[in-house]
Ligand binder design. Sequence first.
Ligand code: ADP
Ligand code: MG
Length: 233
Amino acid sequence: MFEHKGVDVRLEGVSRRYTMAAEEVHALRESSWEVRKGGAVAIMGPSGCGKTTLLNLLGGVDRPTTGRILIDGQDLTGMNERALEKHRLLRVGFVFQFFNLIPSITAVENLELPMVMAGVPESECHARAKTLLGLVGLEAKGQKRPEELSGGEQQRVAVALALANDPALILADEPTGNLDSTNAAVIANLLKSLSVEHGKTVIMVSHDPKTAEVFPTVHAMRDGLFVTGAAVA
Ligand SMILES: Nc1ncnc2c1ncn2[C@@H]1O[C@H](COP(=O)(O)OP(=O)(O)O)[C@@H](O)[C@H]1O
Ligand SMILES: [Mg+2]
């Protein structure tokens, strides 16, 4: 099912500033940081400390103001839009707080969409979607639409969706923020297993300590900086 192992992730002096009217917002201050291939790291920190900004930069959704972002040694910051788009589609799986499923189609159809976009032959899409549903324990619910599933089940489909194109890097932004503690634990453990069992690199943002502590490594951020886990560039 999965052919791609994780990637090494490395930030070198990365910052992201936004200019709002006349004011400068330092969403991420010059940071150097590293996650080894196949690692699972949770990031904790208060609202506004730069967690989403960090994930957006790693996912190639946004570009840094300064510094370099190296994915297996390849610098994202030098890439053109087309290359970044490829990075997002083929190398990164995103999981968000709100499950990001298309409501009008079934779970299986939701999973097939990104595969079709990536050019996977139609015959293969269906089998792969079913395998992914099995991986998240929902093999029996493939024909349900999102509204027919519980919140925890929807988020499991969303994790499967993130895996559709066998990404090497999973980025989860508060994936348990909308779940009760039982379902939060299920999702956190599922994300961790992608590292432990499949060798993916998994980075999860959470402001719930119980969720973060499921992961073997927890780093803290505050005011746009890593409080723990910062690397020396
Ligand atoms: N597109 C943007 N334009 C201006 N300011 C932004 C933008 N995105 C984020 N910020 C600001 O950057 C800081 C960090 O935001 P964010 O990364 O979303 O924090 P977190 O995810 O930790 O809550 C906040 O002060 C936020 O208001
Ligand atoms: Mg955020």
